[in-house]
Design a protein around this ligand. Structure first.
Ligand code: SF4
Length: 462
């Protein structure tokens, strides 16, 4: 297939350090190329094509990101254009130069089981497609930061609720109305606990796309030159002014009442990313599995593509937990699918230690890292207590997690980490409370297994 886009067109995109499909940025281990997937979805054909592309043009590994996208590492010098061409030919990324900016703005987070989850209040699949189309179709949105992101929550039990988004929408239980309502918030997440920020208002599903377009324009209308994210805008404008501006622009009247302010979203269940769960049709299943540290090689990618191809209706989806999920598996294929995932080395149950740790690229791939977080995380995994989640980060940028893990090991020096703890996955003050400094991995394991962590706010030195 030919395409009108060339890798050199990437230079026409806004200056940014963020990798994209068309903006391959240098890293310690070679070029870094990020492929944004609509709804995290990758077809079997695309997975085969990507496996071939990373073998030929990169290091043969791909990382799943916390936005359910894929990041190709180790792109070989001189292979950039060929890699981009291979990915575009597989239908990944923008298909013409006119919409080159569209590669950056395709940031709409949905549940990996949108349209399949038996507990969902609304199937967001079509609406998410509408939002992607409007984001990619309006050339003014080329001015948005590649990080500017929307969340569209259909009320699924498997939904990442703790990643802050510039704009979020969350389906509310059907009230006495003909149209489903979506609660709205800015620079945050849907409220689950009583002390979370309440929704501002609500919009009908019918008006949601129109209102979103006006709200994104509102952001650009009001943003100062350095305002990249909605939280920057909120430092200078009241949230109510922003919303009213968007209402005026769109002609959509939002709903505001005490029940919307008092609404709390049902908690989600991240463990449903693993193993088999029956879908809303009562017939088929979604099956999830976790590659170690979200990293897959081309063999794993081909194995997943074969699994998706073996099941007539199956789709392959990436998740914000850096895991993969197959939907629409027939009961007759369920056991074989689980066995194949395990044979590929993926964890399918929460008691597998590989589901307890996440880590950024670390010093093997990133110049900012103080330690080899990937290798250290694998060493730590088997020693972490059950149901304890630990994030290893090479520096405070926290590339592997947009939320706060209960425990974070922040690299301080090669093989040494400061240990942080928080009860709040939406912690905005760093990683929480520092409870120990300069730990080796074995010392960190001991601290995590200790029945009582230091009771005071004073960190101790190892
Ligand atoms: S968290 Fe820091 S060290 Fe790790 S990949 Fe990101 S920038 Fe690099």
């Amino acid at each position: 297939m030919s395409h009108a886009f060339h890798s050199s067109d990437a230079s026409a995109l806004r200056p940014s350090a963020c990798p994209g499909l068309l903006r391959i940025v240098p890293a310690l281990d070679g070029g870094l190329c990020r492929v944004k997937l609509a709804g995290g979805e990758l077809s079997a054909t695309q997975a085969f094509a990507m496996a071939g592309a990373i073998d030929e043009h990169a290091s043969g590994v791909v990382d799943i990101t916390n936005r359910a996208n894929l990041q190709l590492r180790g792109v070989k010098r001189g292979h950039e254009a060929a890699l981009v061409a291979a990915l575009l030919d597989a239908g990944l990324g923008p298909q013409n130069a006119e919409h080159a900016f569209a590669d950056d703005v395709r940031n709409v987070m949905v549940s990996p089981v949108a349209g399949r989850d038996a507990n969902a209040l609304y199937d967001t699949s079509a609406l998410a497609g509408d939002l992607l189309t409007l984001l990619q179709g309006d050339t003014r949105f080329a001015a948005l930061s590649p990080k500017f992101a929307l969340m569209l929550d259909g009320g699924e039990r498997l939904m990442m609720l703790d990643h802050p988004h510039d704009i979020w929408f969350s389906a509310m239980p059907q009230r006495d109305r003909p149209d489903v309502l979506f609660a709205i918030g800015l620079a945050g997440c849907p409220p689950v606990a009583t002390d979370h920020d309440s929704a501002l208002a609500a919009v009908t599903a019918t008006d949601l796309a129109t209102f979103t377009q006006a709200l994104v324009h509102t952001f650009l209308d009001l943003a100062a030159p350095d305002d990249a994210r909605m939280r920057d805008l909120l430092a200078a404008h009241s949230i109510e002014n922003i919303i009213r501006h968007a209402e005026h622009r769109s002609g959509v009247s939002l709903l505001r009442d005490a029940s919307i302010r008092g609404w709390r979203r049902e908690p989600a269940d991240a463990e449903r990313r693993l193993g088999a769960h029956r879908q809303n049709d009562g017939q088929r299943w979604h099956v999830g599995a976790q590659p170690a540290l979200g990293r897959m090689n081309s063999t794993t990618l081909r194995g997943l593509a074969e699994l998706a191809g073996d099941n007539a209706r199956a789709t392959l989806r990436m998740t914000p937990w850096q895991s993969v999920l197959l939907t629409d598996i027939d009961t007759v294929n369920l056991d074989a699918t689980l066995r194949k995932l395990e044979a590929l080395g993926l964890a399918t149950t929460a008691d597998n230690p590989l589901t307890r740790v996440i880590a950024c690229a670390g010093s093997a791939g990133c110049a900012k890292s103080q330690a080899d977080t990937k290798a250290d995380a694998l060493k730590l995994a088997a020693q972490v207590p059950e149901h304890t989640q630990v994030h290893l980060s090479g520096c405070p940028r926290s590339c592997a997690a947009a939320h706060r893990a209960p425990y974070t090991l922040l690299a301080a020096a090669d093989g040494h980490y400061d240990l942080y703890h928080t009860h709040d996955p939406r912690e905005s003050n760093g990683f929480g409370r520092c409870i120990a400094r300069g730990l080796t991995i074995d010392e960190a394991a001991d601290a995590l297994n200790a029945s009582a962590l230091p009771p005071t706010d004073e960190p101790f030195d190892a």
